[in-house]
Design a protein around this ligand. Sequence first.
Ligand code: SF4
Length: 704
Amino acid sequence: KNATEHKNCIGQTTCAYCGVGCGVDIHFEKGEPVAIEGTPSHPANYGKLCVKGNHLLETLTSEDRLITPQIDGKSVSWHLATDMIADRLIETIRSHGPDSVAFYLSGQLLTEDYYVANKFMKGYVGSANVDTNSRLCMSSAVAAYIRAFGEDIVPCSYSDLEQTDLLIIIGSNAAWTHPVLYQRIERAKQINPAMQIVLIDPRRTATVEIADKHLALKPGTDAAIYNGLLNYLANYDGLDKCFIEKHTENFDGCLAEAKQWSVNRVASFCELKVQEIESLYDLFLCSPRVISFYSMGINQSSSGTDKCQSIINAHLASGKLLRPGCGPFSITGQPNAMGGREVGGMSNMLTSHMDIENATHREQVKTFWQSPTIASKAGLKAVDMFEQMRSGQIKAVWIMATNPMVSLPNRPIITEALKACETVIVSDCVARNDTLEYANVVLPVSGWLEKDGTVTNSERVISRQRGLIGPNGEVKHDWQIICEVAKKMGFDGFDYQHVHEIFNEWTALTGYKNNGSRQLDLSAIGRLSQSEYNNLKPQQWPIKPGGDSRVFVDRQFSTSSGRAHFHPVTPRLPIQTTSEQFPIVMNSGRLRDHWHTMTRTGRSARLHAHTEHPYIEINPSMARTLDIVDGDLIRAQSSTGEVIANARVTDSVRKGQCFMPIHWSKQYASHAKVSALYQSVIDPISGQPESKHTAVRIEKMNYA
Ligand code: SF4
């Protein structure tokens, strides 16, 4: 509906989808949401919305919603469900120790949910086995930022994209995955046609539309591009020697490795032309302001942390960071992956950017929480967590707002893990998904527009997600359910009456003593009343007088030395290599109009209409060899599983490669879950799975 017709009553919240974090205005008539538009004043989108955001209201149906708690498939009261969870967790911890329990969370949760879940596990159960599906999305970027800067800091803002001379988009199809940000880049280019945009991606994606150059490199070779760049900068007077000397460490070791990467070697390794590489390097050298914009194509790799580090190394060496229009800029996939990071939402983190491996930090958090214990070491990362479930070491898991049966690699292992686990608790708002089938206890939770709390987007802006409509059925908020269980387990510290009390507690913790974070201090927001919290405006951190939220302005990084850390990178090829049996590389990614496993976008006929059926893109030469034409039903098989979908013959994928969208699940097309192909191959530092490079064979399906 046309939003301008409904100006009487407006509620403001944040889009439920990607990490751009657009503000949305919801127009109400007679208490019902009837129209949606972008919030004109929100700093992420200034009134714009993409097609997913524009159709958010269509996803608000009560059909297929979970509305009552269930135990073993039977509806029960909340009282009974939370009693059973508390009893099972107490018994499991008593019999097998704290590490026999795990939480698996989601970047869809709000910061307050994440905070309470982490407090429960790390401070009261005493285990850090609390991880998240954000592990699959941006954990490599996090690991590299911590290694380089001493803190998980994304050093750029969206406005930097409008002030740069050269934008390198590497491993991102921003046109489809972060559309409103892409539109901002498009407008910036229109205003300043001299701005150069280089797309580095094995596929020719929709993002190529705004690129001046497209480097279709061999998949997985990205780190060589940046290693070669560092070498080139050193050879052609492109180093900021003063910055390197005063504010960094370990440059020589890093350069020694980069010296191995001549332009010729990079070209050969990446299967690009020498001129393409030289032209990119010259642009970097000559452009005063450069941004490297990256996302899942870099992160979802068995060497994702090193790839991110190679990008950071080049920016540190050239001094092209921490000033307008410059820097390494990772973009998160989910709406609140960043908020989760702020409250220690991963198994190797503590809240407020504190370090779980640091005894002083652990003690500070324990004292602040007045908790009986604190996890003494990092917990299991997602893939390892499910492995330990399979082998019987984890006896109880609580999965919130995510569908690991579809999103985690190696479906047979995840199936065995959930079958082996004695207690599987799943909180979700949908009545059907592939994971719910394995749950002993199912808990109905509030969904978008019912949930109340905050999210943080890719540029460190905290925004309110507001509960503008009443909860459906008997649903409760995630934080409320955790608190009820915590109290039944005899834990104090969970007596929150309203979500703003959780926000106040965690912002106070960000400013607590000397917690090691130089940037994440939200204590200036102060203790908010419920009404102040309800009216909280988008807020970018670090919070400083005058509103400039640039990070590390004093060039004092959060490492123990105060210097940024170069780390030498040796480019490595993906682990899942092709063979005679599996000769083709399968890439995977998002579509423009769908989101994750389609539990929301699948409800919108208009979004569904964009791509109704699963497909696999294959190159024309491969199609000829395999006698496949557009629309044929084809099968892709890896060593772990198979998918069946229609062929799309296109030269947007390179020879020997194919691409499949990630969204289909059992509910929509049971044979089209691309994750069924992935092996359990992860980055050794970040634990992020390698989901962009799976070796497969393809064949035409014959029905004769
Ligand atoms: Fe929502 Fe992302 Fe689209 Fe903005 S760009 S409307 S946050 S999906």
